[in-house]
Design a protein around this ligand. Structure first.
Ligand code: AMP
Ligand code: MG
Length: 578
């Protein structure tokens, strides 16, 4: 049986092997030159470096004096109209504020207090709502839209850019960390193409909840500070079937150490702007890759090596919680290897490597089992974008680094899944035990999240009896599989090889490795339906629960969040429309 199990892991593996490298300001803007704006806004700023405590009023809060504008060129055209932009990294663009019935749906206290140094008292001020809905510019900030390109669904798409997002400042907090603040859904920019620059409430709730949930699952991600809803009408054809519907516009304030993507570099190479490419890569290395010597002639290669390593880590982490991003285009792949741009993502329920969360992805290009493969495709595009900065020998080495991606991914995958099964140390059998467990899940169409969780809740004694209590419903489902007894036997033998372990310790470990709650589509959908009727209670409840995904919580249990998907939600669809 064990050998029959190999396809589950091998299909992850084979998909890799078969891959053939393949944020109006206090400063008036319109009449002044850009430099005078920067100087004015900075001369007022209140000395972020000395800050040791949280800020209790928005009047005392300011953006960093040193930011991207010191190093990177800005589009000389200031008017806000859609255009092809050249020879710069950013365009100055002011948010278009939400206007009608603006409501602060939710905040992340952790992000506000521990990332942005904002005491919760500041959040109650009107200035806060003005800021997070796009109306108020913070001292020290010049809002920008980033110029980037990207490969979408495998094809070079040319200029994309922040078409509905504004970088409203760089903040250096009391811990010395540099964070970039972005409003999403905040109106048109030069990169909006034919879009309206808006984001609807449903997709904003999904991004707000999921990015925070991913953080608490321990997965590198952008974070969300606030979610604002409005009655501003936004028209969307949600399922691309001709039925346009009026939806509510919303804005999320999201933060990341950096929003640069693979597409940020690709666009420069594609348009032959190699000097600018070097400046941007050097900026990213200096700001975000402290272990790389900024004067090392091999720094670009070293940068590429680190991105390859960290991307392998990220995708293995996604797989370990059954997360499918949904749109793994190069413009949605962070150069810091964090999860960004939450769209039609999904958490796999029944184990299925062909799970495609995005109903617009007809070919299943971004199905869960293909993510590592696509990661390598995207890294190859990064390699090609960096080529003009490398000599012949470095290019050759970069290719070798790329070719090491499957091994890096596979190694990380194995480590994470070994931990999910409660293993300590490493034995030659581990991979087969992982693969055969996944195979049992696949055959019995069983819930991925809860099967691992329940395996970590049941005692070895109960497992050995093969009588799995009904409350462990996912594990109970696989217990009818003819190969289950043999798998249990092999698993229990393997647990005996854990050094200095006890069954109690194993269960403790597994409970802190396998989440009990992930943001299943039906949970998000239920909260969204109520939110669209102006009831945001479920959004807040979900946010609270997902802050502790590994801890059994009474309200979550009452809501059925660790139970099987309810019948009404069996055929829920999520499209690209957002
Ligand atoms: P996404 O699929 O959200 O990663 O977006 C891909 C590209 O389309 C990016 O350049 C976005 O800024 C742009 N985009 C998506 N939705 C809109 C919109 N409603 N208005 C303007 N640009 C948009
Ligand atoms: Mg995107």
């Amino acid at each position: 049986m064990i050998w029959n199990a190999m396809p589950a892991v091998l299909s992850f593996w084979a998909s890799i092997c078969s891959f053939c490298l393949g944020w109006k300001s206090d400063v008036l803007f319109d009449t002044e030159s850009y430099d005078s704006i920067v100087l004015k806004s900075r001369s007022n700023h209140s000395g972020f470096c000395e800050r040791k405590t949280k800020v209790t009023s928005m009047d005392l809060w300011s953006m960093a004096a040193e930011d991207v504008l010191d190093d990177l060129p800005v589009d000389p055209i200031r008017a806000n109209y859609v255009r092809r932009v050249k020879n710069c990294i950013f365009s100055v663009a002011y948010p278009t504020p939400l206007t009608s019935n603006i409501q602060l749906v939710s905040i992340s206290e952790d992000v506000l207090e521990n990332v942005l140094d904002l005491d919760i008292s500041a959040v109650k001020e009107d200035d806060f709502l003005q800021f997070v809905s796009g109306r108020k510019t913070i001292l020290g900030s010049v809002p920008l839209a980033h110029r980037y390109g990207g490969h979408q669904f495998g094809v070079w798409a040319g200029q994309l850019g922040d078409g509905r997002a504004h970088l409203v400042g760089t903040y250096i907090n009391r811990f010395g960390e540099r964070w970039e603040l972005q409003l999403k859904g905040s109106g048109k920019t030069p990169y909006s193409r034919d879009g309206d620059g808006r984001a609807v409430l449903r997709s904003s709730i999904r991004e707000f909840l999921c990015s925070e949930a991913m953080h608490y699952l321990g997965i590198p991600t952008s974070r969300a500070a606030s979610l604002v809803a409005s009655d501003d009408p936004v028209w969307r054809d949600q399922f691309y079937n001709g039925s346009l519907r009026k939806e509510k516009g919303a804005v999320v304030l999201r933060v990341a150490k950096s929003w640069f993507r693979i597409g940020s570099l690709e666009i420069l190479t594609h348009s032959g702007e190699f000097e600018l490419l070097r400046r941007l890569v050097d900026f990213i290395i200096r700001e975000h890759f402290p272990t790389i010597n900024a004067t090392d002639p091999n720094r670009v290669l070293e940068f590429f090596t680190q991105v390859v390593f960290q991307t392998a880590n990220l995708i293995a982490l996604w797989m370990s919680v059954g997360f499918a991003h949904g749109v793994c285009n190069t413009d949605n792949f962070s150069l810091l290897s964090i999860t960004i741009d939450y769209g039609p993502f999904g958490f796999m329920e029944n184990y299925d490597i062909d799970y495609v969360p995005n109903t617009s992805d007809d070919e299943g290009r971004y199905k869960i089992g293909n993510q590592a493969n696509i990661g390598m495709f995207n890294l190859n595009k990064l390699r090609l974008a960096l080529n003009p900065l490398m000599d012949g020998r470095q290019k050759q080495l970069a290719l070798q680094v790329l070719e090491s991606f499957p091994d890096l991914y596979y190694q990380r995958f194995k480590e994470l899944f070994s931990a999910k099964l409660g293993f300590l140390g490493e034995t030659e059998q581990d991979l087969i035990i992982i693969a055969s467990f996944l195979s049992l899940l696949e055959d019995s169409k069983t819930d991925f999240t809860m099967a691992f969780r329940q395996l970590g809740e049941i005692t070895e004694e109960e497992l050995q009896s093969l009588l799995i209590p009904q409350e462990h419903w996912a594990l109970h489902a696989i217990s009818h599989h003819r190969d289950f007894p043999e798998w249990v036997n092999t698993y229990l033998q393997r647990l005996k090889r854990n050094p200095d372990d006890t069954d109690y310790k194993r269960r403790q470990r597994m409970a802190s490795t396998n989440p009990r709650y992930v943001l299943r589509n039906w949970m998000a959908e239920s909260a969204i339906r109520k939110a669209e009727m102006n009831n945001f209670s479920e959004v807040r409840t979900l946010q609270k629960i997902l802050r502790q995904p590994f801890r059994k919580q009474k309200i979550a249990e009452m809501a059925g969040y660790s139970q099987q998907t309810p019948a009404w939600a069996k055929h829920l669809k999520v499209s690209c429309s957002s």
